[in-house]
Unconditional design. Structure first.
Length: 260
C-alpha cells in the first residue's frame, strides 16, 4: 500500500521545551491510522505541525512524497489536508447549512466582478455549491437539521457537523482530533461506523487522535503511540494492545499494580 503522509524525525521545540522529539511514522493511502498517548504526549502538536499552524524545528513532513514543512496552512488545505479540532470550532451563530456552504465556497471559481454583477458563471456555481452542501448533509444524516443554528445542535451532532464541514473542502487526508470527546458510548459507536463509511465513500485517508481505546482499536488499521513527545510503539491494533511498553504506560507496571 502506498504512503500518503510520512513524518521523518519530526521535532518541535518551544524554547527549552521539546514537545515532539524525533517522531517518524507513515499514514497509508486509503487507510485509517491512529495517534494515541497520554495528555501532553504531543499528539495535537503533531497535527499543528502537519497543517502548518506550527513551524517544524527539525525533520520533514511529506505529503504524497512532497515536503510540506514551512508551507502556509491555507496552501496545505489546498493540497488536500483538512482537520477537525479537539475543541469544536463551528460558526456557532450560523445555521448547519450555512456552516457547510461556507466551506464549499473554497472551491468557487468565479471572480469578484462575476459575483458583484451576478453573471451566469456565478449563478451556475452557486447552484452547484448549494447542491454539494445539501448532498453532504444528507450523507452525514444532518439534512433534517440544516436550518438549525449550529450552537443549538446536541454536542454529538456538532461533532458530526464539524466533520461534514471538513469534508466540504474535498480532502485527501482527514485529520480528526479527538472526534469522540464528550460523546456517550452509543454516539462513539455511531462515530466508529461513520469514520469507516466516509473513508470508503470519499476515498479518504484518515489520521485520528483519540482517547477512546474502543474507537481506536475498532476503526484503525495502524496505530502510533506517543509518550512525552517520543515514539513509544508503532504497529497494528493487536500489536499495540499486547506491547508491554504500551500496557505499562497506560496501565502501570506489574509492581505498581500490586502496590495499589
Amino acid at each position: 500500500m502506498s504512503t500518503i503522509l510520512e513524518l521523518k524525525g519530526l521535532t518541535k521545540q518551544f524554547g527549552g521545551l521539546t514537545a515532539v522529539n524525533d517522531v517518524s511514522f507513515k499514514v497509508a493511502e486509503g487507510g485509517i491510522s491512529g495517534l494515541i498517548g497520554p495528555n501532553g504526549a504531543g499528539k495535537t502538536t503533531i497535527f499543528n505541525l502537519i497543517t502548518g499552524v506550527y513551524k517544524v524545528t527539525k525533520g520533514a513532513i511529506e505529503f504524497r512524497g512532497t515536503p510540506i514543512q514551512g508551507t502556509e496552512p491555507y496552501l496545505i488545505a489546498d493540497k488536500g489536508i483538512t482537520r477537525t479540532f479537539q475543541n469544536i470550532r463551528l460558526f456557532k451563530n450560523m445555521t448547519v447549512f450555512e456552516n457547510v456552504l461556507t466551506a464549499c465556497h473554497t472551491s468557487a471559481r468565479y471572480g469578484l466582478l462575476e459575483s458583484i454583477f451576478r453573471m451566469p458563471r456565478y449563478w451556475k456555481q452557486e447552484k452547484e455549491l448549494n447542491e454539494k452542501a445539501r448532498g453532504l448533509l444528507e450523507i452525514m444524516g444532518l439534512q433534517d437539521r440544516m436550518d438549525i443554528t449550529a450552537n443549538n445542535l446536541p454536542y454529538g451532532l456538532q461533532r458530526r457537523l464539524e466533520i461534514t464541514r471538513a469534508l466540504a473542502l474535498d480532502p485527501k487526508l482527514l485529520l480528526l482530533d479527538e472526534p469522540a470527546a464528550g460523546m456517550n458510548p452509543d454516539e462513539t459507536e455511531q462515530l466508529m461506523r461513520l469514520i469507516g463509511e466516509i473513508r470508503k465513500m470519499f476515498k479518504l485517508s484518515v489520521l485520528v487522535i483519540e482517547h477512546h481505546m474502543d474507537l481506536i482499536m475498532g476503526v484503525c488499521e495502524h496505530i502510533h503511540v506517543l509518550s512525552f513527545g517520543c515514539t513509544l510503539a508503532d504497529g497494528t491494533p493487536d500489536e499495540i494492545a499486547n506491547d508491554p511498553k504500551v500496557v505499562e504506560a497506560y496501565l502501570g507496571s506489574d509492581e505498581e499494580k500490586k502496590s495499589c
